[in-house]
Design a protein around this ligand. Structure first.
Ligand SMILES: Nc1ncnc2c1ncn2[C@@H]1O[C@H](COP(=O)(O)OP(=O)(O)OP(=O)(O)O)[C@@H](O)[C@H]1O
Ligand SMILES: [Mg+2]
Length: 365
């Protein structure tokens, strides 16, 4: 079972990054899965939960983040192997050895601004599509930690990933965030969208009447596919955000009730993935082997089709970015950005070129 899952709610602070961390560590420690965490948030929250701050700063300074990968492939039209940017030896859980991260940097915001300014949405989507096709063939589970809101990059993950999971709090504003997301999903269905793997009610206070009412209301709507149990609000899960050295056991990091909750969640994710239909069978646009054209219209290939590459709003078609010749790539050719050989392509044996040192907070080649 190989799958990519975008963890998304347009509302901030609902526990997206916290649950990405907990799921990654639980799937690794308790199920032996190789998990790649893609940090797509300029806040780099989940990156900082998976390594020391010094290690993260070093990676950012050395140009080894998702921003550097995307700037090279999307803005500069260069070839860059994603494997160069995937970091190993992360997580402070001693039995979660198969967690990897593609870390982030605050410059992601500036990157997205450039994509919009240069109308490179098509090229961005092609790179994301190819990246997900490649990493999903190597890692068992790919978890994408999305920022709040709906940026051009987030839209690409949502259109190209296999599934999305939406954490929410059991309160009015967080549920409104889910509604915004649901309406966004209904726009331009022909462009493809990840399938809903479920809504996770997080930070639930079981003694609160209001929390119980919102939880029931969410669970009663089958479209939500709510996970069976809510994740309770607990200080130990808040503490899990802080990377510790030396490593600790899974039970020490996720004790008692919170350990049971994240284990139940991970187990249900696996059951739902096993029951899900593969992307191709859902009739979505399969990841096409594509080539990124060098910059400049002269070298650009012919436009394959005129499909809009970003969401359009009824009555506001003029804001839609339609692919231009420099952005659109023909199908069935090999992508330039993965032209370099990738290391081990056997699931479970990925060998990262970059690992971080936990004790000395150094980046080691
Ligand atoms: N079940 C929980 N119990 C207690 N605290 C929690 C729980 N889940 C998340 N938190 C805390 O809630 C805060 C927000 O969590 P987190 O950063 O994961 O949310 P987010 O949705 O990723 O936020 P953003 O939208 O800014 O990326 C953090 O302080 C986190 O530790
Ligand atoms: Mg977050």
């Amino acid at each position: 079972m190989h799958a990519s899952i975008a963890v998304m709610n347009t509302k901030g602070g609902v526990g997206k990054s916290t649950l990405v961390l907990a799921l990654a560590e639980t799937l690794s420690a308790n199920h032996g899965k190789t998990v790649l965490v893609i940090d797509s948030d300029a806040q780099a929250s989940v990156s900082s939960m998976l390594m020391t701050i010094n290690s993260l700063h070093r990676l950012q300074t050395d140009g080894l983040t998702i921003v550097d990968f995307l700037v090279a492939t999307v803005l500069n039209g260069e070839s860059a192997a994603w494997s160069k940017f995937v970091v190993g030896n992360v997580s402070d859980v001693d039995d979660a050895r198969s967690v990897y991260v593609l870390p982030s940097d605050m410059q992601l915001t500036l990157f997205e601004r450039e994509v919009s300014k240069e109308s490179l949405h098509g090229r961005l989507r092609t790179v994301i599509s190819q990246l997900l096709a490649e990493v999903t063939s190597i890692f068992d589970i790919v978890l994408i930690d999305c920022p709040p809101g709906l940026s051009v990059l987030t839209e690409c993950w949502l259109r190209e990933a296999d599934y999305h999971i939406s954490p929410t709090k059991a309160d009015y504003v967080s549920v409104c965030g889910l509604e915004v997301f649901r309406r966004f999903k209904s726009l331009n269905p022909e462009m493809g969208f990840a399938e809903n793997l479920g809504v996770i009610v997080n930070m639930k206070d079981h003694s609160s009447t209001s929390d119980n009412e919102y939880h029931r209301w969410l669970a009663d709507n089958p479209e939500n596919r709510c996970f069976t149990d809510a994740v309770p609000r607990m200080g130990s899960l808040q503490d899990a955000a802080r990377f510790r050295s030396p490593d600790r056991s899974f039970m020490a990091k996720y004790p008692g009730q919170i350990g049971a909750a994240v284990k139940a969640l991970a187990a249900e994710v696996l059951v739902r993935l096993a029951a899900g239909k593969p992307r191709e069978m859902r009739g979505k646009r399969a990841a096409q082997p594509t080539v990124l054209p060098p910059s400049g219209p002269a070298a650009a290939p012919a436009v394959a089709d005129s499909m809009p590459l970003t969401t359009t709003i009824a009555g506001h078609e003029t804001i839609a970015a339609t692919a231009d010749a420099a952005d659109v790539v023909p199908a069935n050719v090999v992508p330039a950005n993965v032209a370099e050989p990738v290391p081990a392509s056997v699931p479970g044996t990925f060998a990262p070129q970059v690992v971080v040192s936990k004790a000395a907070a150094q980046v080691e080649p």
